[in-house]
Ligand binder design. Structure first.
Ligand code: MN
Length: 169
């Protein structure tokens, strides 16, 4: 509705005050979107506050341990093998990936290479979580392209420090 048509309506005198105010509001705020309800807001806040962590781990006990250690400070998603880990990473864009190395089929190093090849996942920090705790392993994993390395059995203090470093606020 244009300015002059408002004028015409007023001049004709066949419009009530409420209709006029509605028309004026439509003119002033043509694209106004519905106001965000408190519920929407709190959902958005929760999602932005909780980082998403993807755990790629084929051993259920290790999966359970890592989930317990992460606690409720992040949103956890799980994959039991490499290909589903890659699919989950592409779909959910996690803030951090904890990657077991000994996986059935595709191993953790191959999964990492695949993630780094793909432009939607190449930026995601990936931490190797592996039982091969021998001297020099840390450097080896970093050289492979992992952002960090945590050995199994997991040292709780070290785990917490590393997680804090990558997703802490
Ligand atoms: Mn494994």
């Amino acid at each position: 509705m244009k300015n002059n048509s408002i004028k015409q309506l007023i001049q004709k005198g066949d419009i009530n005050k409420e209709q006029l105010l509605n028309h004026v509001a439509e003119m002033i705020f043509p694209e106004q979107k519905p106001i965000i309800t408190p519920d929407n807001k709190s959902v958005q806040k929760q999602m932005s506050d909780s980082p998403i962590v993807l755990i790629v781990e084929d051993n259920q006990d290790n999966m359970f341990t890592i989930k317990v250690l992460l606690g409720d400070k992040c949103k956890i998603i799980e994959a039991q093998d490499g290909p589903s880990g890659i699919a989950m990473a592409q779909l959910h864009q996690p803030h951090l990936i904890l990657m077991d190395i000994a996986l059935p089929g595709m191993n953790g190093i191959e999964v990492l290479k695949e993630l780094r090849r793909e432009k939607t996942t190449l930026h995601i920090p990936v931490i190797a979580v592996s039982a091969n705790a021998m001297k020099g392993d840390h450097e080896d994993f970093i050289a492979q392209g992992f952002n960090e390395y945590i050995s199994k059995p997991i040292d709780i203090k070290r785990f917490e420090n590393v997680i804090e470093q990558w997703i802490g606020k």
